[in-house]
Design a protein around this ligand. Structure first.
Ligand code: AMP
Length: 526
């Protein structure tokens, strides 16, 4: 039967397959009474966020059968960087998901080959960060690669890797951390290559084994060459010097990761193309970039699956989106997510055949993000409110605050601008606003931030210690004057809680009287 003649779109065909496999699940049965009808699905199954799915995931994790959510066996739960009630969100995954992800990966190289010649002749360097979690719960990217690759750390890389093609890490933040690691440890690398022996600092036995074949013989010429490059006073353009044949650098560079583009351009001296090849998440893999060499600010990702999108709270099929409009992505998957709000906001930039092409705009509500942490305004406010109490107990009042991320350090970190006023009126002397007090505020904020943040800080070390910058009295009034002079309405003025760049950030920085960092890792992380 020609399904197109029946009026089905490609999306409907996939949806029908999902319903055929999953209509018997407890979740879908509740809304559809065992039906596999697509219009019943669209009218009766609600659009949900993670909180609705979480009880089912918790039951499966506690040993109940996968069939409450999914027609297939759920083989792993992928830990998303999103959180729910301060816990990590866990996304169900079935064994055939691996093939779907691999399929998407398999599209990338044919696309890259269209733009860059000679990729098949060289080598690729992949920076894979190993995850310590159990096999059952891990991150989506690790899940795809863990079966075939052992994690590699920079000191054990040799020049034979420094060949033709790419450097690839998932997020741009992780890639920059690797460069920073190299900056700190290149002497070890040079030494190992010179004597042909791996430093005893590398204790992981699998790692040692994997690298032994590369370090079989001393290679003083290569060691000298790397030493000369790494000893240069400036590391501007270091990537092109160490990897002279590098054709491109691949990483997630869009959305909040765009803040790292200037640093990457510094290290590549703007000479190696930065490429964001795909758009994926723990929920599903969504699309590939058809215009690989376009600027990261202008990506041409293409949605390929069976998804829907939200426009002004109304659901729209992928084929019906309009160019230029903004949408939030909603997915239905084979593995047990039905009309699930991913939380990403995308702008449609055009069509490839009937599939929309889009630009990643942002994660809904997120105001601060350095790595896979995603902090929204409410989380930030609750954390600051918690820390504010410490000040109030010492006769100080937090008058105003704003925040930004500082990615000039590696890893980057959160910065809070605080304007504080003394409320002391009594007979006992006021306790001075000392470093210890403000450091305890830093810790209180960090410990009140969500699981993903605390994990990045204390476990992955991908976010640096939070900083409070005290600003002088009147700084936030000056900020208001500035923003009003730039067009904000004075009647509706609300202090922006996150200031990304520009004159407003320069103004606050110019009023800083002291800076204080969290003195230790936040507690309460798994
Ligand atoms: P995770 O939560 O760890 O599964 O990471 C998935 C999230 O990372 C997505 O929902 C996006 O917010 C973000 N992401 C993934 N790929 C891209 C991309 N190409 N550009 C921007 N953000 C991305």
């Amino acid at each position: 039967m020609d399904e197109h003649k029946l009026g089905y779109t490609g999306n409907d065909l996939i949806l029908r397959k999902i319903l055929e496999k999953n209509h018997v699940t407890e979740y879908l049965n509740k809304f559809m009474n065992g039906s596999t009808d697509i219009s019943a699905f669209k009218s009766q199954v609600p659009v949900v966020t993670y909180d609705v799915v979480q009880p089912y995931i918790a039951r499966i994790a506690a040993g109940e059968p996968s069939s409450i959510l999914c027609g297939e066996q759920i083989v792993e739960l992928l830990r998303s960087s999103g959180t729910s009630r301060s816990e990590p969100r866990l996304m169900p995954s079935i064994s055939e998901d691996l093939y779907r992800r691999t399929y998407l990966y398999s599209l990338i190289m044919p696309i890259m080959n269209k733009y860059i010649r000679g990729l098949g002749e060289g080598k690729a360097m992949y920076l894979l960060f190993s995850d310590q979690s159990s096999l059952a719960i891990r991150r989506a990217l690790i899940s795809c690669t863990a079966n075939t690759t052992c994690a590699t750390s920079i000191p054990v890389l040799t020049r034979s890797f420094f060949a033709q093609k790419v450097s690839k890490a998932f997020f741009a933040s992780a890639f920059l951390r690797s460069i920073s690691f190299l900056e700190q440890h290149w002497c070890d690398l040079v030494n190992d290559i010179r004597i042909g022996q791996l430093s005893s600092n590398i204790t992981n036995s699998t790692c040692r084994l994997a690298i032994q074949s590369f370090l079989a013989l001393p290679n003083p010429e290569l060691a000298d060459e790397i030493e000369v490059i790494c000893s240069l006073e400036s590391w501007k353009g270091i990537l092109g010097k160490l990897w002279p044949n590098a054709k491109y650098i691949e990483a997630v560079l869009t959305g909040t990761m765009a803040q790292y583009i200037p640093m990457l351009e510094f290290y590549s001296d703007g000479k190696i193309p930065l490429v964001c090849t795909m758009y994926a998440s723990s929920e599903s893999y969504f699309g590939v970039n058809l215009r690989s060499l376009c600027s990261p600010e202008d990506d041409g990702l293409k949605l390929i699956e069976d998804d829907e999108v939200v426009e002004n709270d109304t659901l729209v099929s992928l084929v019906d989106v309009k160019v230029g409009c903004y949408y939030e992505l909603v997915v239905t998957t084979f593995s047990g997510l039905y009309r699930f709000r991913v939380g990403d906001v995308l702008q449609v930039t055009g069509f490839y055949n009937r599939a929309p092409q889009f630009k990643f705009i942002c994660r809904r509500n997120v105001i601060l993000s350095v790595d896979s942490d995603k902090t929204n305004e409410e989380d930030l406010h609750n954390s600051v409110t918690r820390a504010k109490k410490i000040l109030e107990n010492r006769n100080y009042l937090l008058l105003e605050y704003a925040s930004c991320t500082d990615t000039s350090t590696v890893p980057g970190h959160y910065v809070l601008f605080w304007e504080i006023k003394s409320t002391y009126e009594g007979a006992t002397p006021c306790v001075p606003l000392d470093a210890q007090l403000l450091e305890s505020c830093c810790i209180a904020v960090e410990e009140a931030l969500d699981y993903a943040y605390r994990r990045c800080r204390a476990h992955d070390k991908s976010v640096g210690p939070l900083e409070i910058r005290l600003v002088e009295a009147g700084a936030f009034d000056d900020l208001m004057d500035l923003l009003v002079s730039q067009g904000s309405s004075i009647n509706q003025y609300k202090t922006p809680r996150c200031i990304e760049s520009g004159p407003a950030l320069r103004l606050l920085n110019s009023r800083v009287t002291g800076s204080f960092f969290s003195p230790r890792d936040p507690e309460g992380t798994v």
